[in-house]
Ligand binder design. Structure first.
Ligand code: UDP
Ligand code: MG
Length: 321
C-alpha cells in the first residue's frame, strides 16, 4: 500500500483544528487504498494549537506533530514538515482549508498515472481583493520572465503533490532562502496540474499582509533567478551606444565651430550639451563597473546556493536493462 504524507504548517490555528481534522478525516476515510500520515508542524504558536494537536494524536494514530522551537514562518515550517514526511507521495497544504482536501483524490489519480509533481492550481482568485490579484498576476509575470528555463506555474502555492524522489531532491537543496514554489519547478520531473477553486479562509485570520507578501515575492525572485544582476550589463550597452552618438554630435559641433558657423548662443548650447554628455559618460563608466560586479555576484550567488547542477530523471542503459 502506498504511503501518503499530508504536511500542514500551523501557526495560531486553534480555531481551525476541529474543522480541519473532521474534514481531513473524511477525505482519508474516502481513500482506503492508501496509508496516510499527517505531519502537522506547529510553528511556535502562541495559542492552544500545540496542546490541541497532542490531544488529537490520541484519536489519530497516523498524526505526527513537529513542534518548532519558535515561530519561523510558513516556508521554514513547510520545510520542516517535508524533512519529516516519510510518504511515497507528499502533499503540503494550509491548515485553513483554503486548499481543499477534497481534491487530494484527484492529485493521487495523477500520481498513479506516473506524474511526480501534480500542481493544484487556483482556477480563479475571485475571493482575493483586486490588489492581491493584480500584484499576484504581476509577480507571476515577472517570475516567468526572469526564471529562464524553469517554469514557475502561476497561481500555485504550496498545495500540490510531490513524489518521494522530488521531496528528497527539494530537501537536498542547500540554500537558506527557501521558497518551495520555485524549488519544485527547479527540481523538475514529470509535472501536471489539477485546477481548483480556492475558498475563503474557514476560520481565523490570514498571517500574510502586504509586507510579508512583498517579502515572499522578493525571496521567490532572488531564489529563482540571478537575471536582475545582469541588468547593469544591458544598461551599459544601451548607455555606451548613447555615448557613442553624443561623441558624434560633439564632433559635428566642433567642426561647425571651426568653420565659423557658430554664433555665441549656439556655443552656449554646445557647452551645456557637452556637460550633459560628460555626466552621461561618467554614468556609463559607473554602470560598466556595476555590470562587472553583477557578473561576479551572480556567480557567487549560484555557487553559494550550491544547487545540483543537473538532475537526472533516468538512465536508459544500452540493451534496455
Ligand atoms: N503559517 C505558519 N507560520 C506562520 C504563518 C502562517 O505556519 O508564521 C501557516 C498557517 O497556519 C497556515 C499557512 O501557513 O496553515 C498559510 O497561512 P495563511 O492562511 O495565514 O496565509 P494566506 O492563505 O492568507 O496566504
Ligand atoms: Mg490561508
Amino acid at each position: 500500500m502506498k504511503r501518503v504524507s499530508i504536511v500542514v504548517p500551523m501557526y495560531n490555528e486553534e480555531e481551525m483544528i476541529p474543522v480541519f481534522f473532521s474534514t481531513i478525516d473524511k477525505v482519508i476515510a474516502g481513500l482506503p487504498n492508501y496509508e496516510f500520515e499527517l505531519v502537522v508542524v506547529n510553528d511556535g504558536s502562541r495559542d492552544k494549537t500545540l496542546s490541541l494537536l497532542l490531544e488529537a494524536q490520541k484519536s489519530h494514530p497516523h498524526l505526527v506533530v513537529v513542534a518548532l522551537s519558535r515561530n519561523f514562518g510558513h516556508e521554514p515550517a513547510v520545510c520542516a514538515g517535508l524533512k519529516t514526511a516519510t510518504g511515497d507521495a507528499i502533499i503540503p497544504m494550509d491548515a485553513d482549508l483554503q486548499d481543499p482536501p477534497e481534491i487530494i483524490g484527484k492529485l493521487l489519480e495523477k500520481f498513479e498515472e506516473g506524474y511526480e509533481v501534480v500542481n493544484a492550481r487556483r482556477a480563479s482568485r475571485k475571493e482575493d481583493s483586486f490588489m492581491k490579484r493584480y500584484t499576484a498576476g504581476k509577480f507571476y509575470e515577472l517570475c516567468g520572465k526572469l526564471s529562464g528555463k524553469i517554469k514557475v506555474p502561476s497561481n500555485v502555492g504550496h498545495f500540490r503533490l510531490i513524489s518521494r524522489r522530488v521531496c528528497d531532491e527539494v530537501n537536498a537543496l542547500t540554500e537558506k532562502n527557501r521558497v518551495f514554489r520555485v524549488q519544485v519547478p527547479y527540481v523538475g520531473h514529470k509535472t501536471t496540474e489539477v485546477l481548483f477553486n480556492r475558498a475563503a479562509r474557514a476560520k481565523g485570520t490570514t498571517h500574510y499582509n502586504y509586507k510579508s507578501m512583498f517579502k515572499l515575492a522578493f525571496d521567490a525572485i532572488v531564489a529563482s533567478s540571478v537575471e536582475p544582476l545582469g541588468w547593469p550589463l544591458k544598461w551599459t550597452i544601451a548607455s555606451t551606444l548613447k555615448t557613442g552618438l553624443s561623441v558624434v554630435t560633439e564632433l559635428v559641433f566642433f567642426i561647425l565651430y571651426l568653420t565659423g558657423v557658430f554664433t555665441g548662443i549656439s556655443l552656449l548650447a554646445f557647452g551645456i550639451w557637452l556637460i550633459i554628455n560628460v555626466i552621461f559618460a561618467f554614468g556609463t563608466f559607473i554602470l560598466a563597473v556595476l555590470a562587472i560586479y553583477g557578473m561576479y555576484l551572480a556567480r557567487i550567488t549560484l555557487e553559494t546556493q550550491n544547487r545540483p547542477f543537473v538532475i537526472i530523471d533516468k538512465v536508459y542503459s544500452a540493451g534496455g536493462h
